[in-house]
Ligand binder design. Structure first.
Ligand SMILES: NC(=O)c1ccc[n+]([C@@H]2O[C@H](COP(=O)([O-])OP(=O)(O)OC[C@H]3O[C@@H](n4cnc5c(N)ncnc54)[C@H](O)[C@@H]3O)[C@@H](O)[C@H]2O)c1
Length: 271
């Protein structure tokens, strides 16, 4: 039987919004969605970076627009959805990816301002995006949303309590939105990346290839992640290929959260 020339991964005819798309995971995902045919709204608090990503998409024969948006500001987020629909003709897929990671002191010394800033961007920002995305998608026949959580929501780690809490909150928000909007044909999922080689990670651990390679030794696959590892997963969840998948938090972590400290001694690998 002749196969269909169209893949369920195709995003032809769809409009996708990616937040934090000026660099890192968001940029890679925006570019992948555009290569698969989506018109992409590139949103970032750094307007110059957002513009550069949109220009790279256009240079590659894709369709993109860009906005400088702070995800913590309700009016700006509401306007982002309106502008996406007005400039690109709809909103079918959204990757709520923008986030910050602050490595600070232990809990007893942690300033409340650090807590507030992290919760504002990582949790309130996703809440605001969901609020206006679900409103639009419910009225326009449905859609798919992916929220950026983290392995830090699944495993404890030191000096990042606000980050861990914000990313755990994203999983709760994802499930709540899934339950409320499944009947309106909106799928809502989360992804939990492990360490991914991005500017955020290098700012946290050091901008040094040796440090990055050493981090990979803790991963059963022997390496940390590349931005395209996460982009492929997010783009799949946003596509019709994942049409019966909703409410999950999918680890994209080379096996990190599935293994214990005894599980991946690199010297004990099978020949
Ligand atoms: N890199 C990792 O190892 C890793 C691991 C797990 C989860 N994550 C999550 O994945 C997402 C992307 O991470 P990344 O490593 O690509 O980060 P990054 O810092 O490289 O890029 C994040 C982008 O978000 C933008 N941004 C920050 N605050 C914003 C705001 N208030 N409004 C709009 N845009 C804002 C930044 O300008 C930046 O372009 C984040 O939510 C992060 O927490 C990353």
């Amino acid at each position: 039987m002749a196969g269909s020339p169209f893949s369920a991964l195709d995003m032809q005819g769809k409009v996708a919004l990616v937040t934090g798309a000026g660099r890192g995971i968001g940029q890679a995902t925006a570019m992948l969605l555009a290569r698969r045919g989506a018109a992409v709204m590139v949103a970032d608090i750094d307007g110059t970076a957002a513009q550069a990503t949109a220009q790279a998409i256009s240079a590659n024969h894709g369709r993109a627009a860009h906005l400088a948006i702070d995800m913590t500001d309700e009016d700006q987020v509401a306007d982002m959805i309106d502008q996406t629909v007005r400039m690109l003709g709809g909103l079918h897929a959204a990757f709520n990816n923008a986030g910050i990671a602050r490595v600070g002191p232990l809990l007893a010394q942690a300033p409340l301002s650090d807590w507030q800033q992290t919760i504002d961007v990582n949790l309130k920002g996703v809440f605001l995006c969901l609020k206006y995305q679900t409103r639009h998608m419910a009225e326009s026949g449905g859609g798919a949303i992916v929220n950026a959580s983290s392995c830090a929501a699944l495993l404890g780690q030191q000096r990042t309590a606000a980050y861990c809490a914000s990313k755990a909150g994203v999983i709760g928000l994802t499930r709540a939105a899934m339950a409320e909007y499944g009947p309106r044909r909106i799928r809502v999922n989360a992804i939990a990346p492990g360490s991914i080689d991005t500017p955020m990670l290098r700012q946290s651990v050091g901008d040094d290839d040796g440090i990055i390679a050493a981090l990979g030794k803790d991963y059963p696959l022997g390496r940390i992640g590349h931005v395209d590892d996460v982009a492929e997963t997010a783009a799949w969840l946003l596509s019709d290929a994942a049409s019966f998948v909703t409410g999950i938090c999918l680890a994209v972590d080379g096996g990190y959260t599935s293994s214990g400290p005894w599980a991946h001694n690199p010297d004990d690998a099978p020949a």
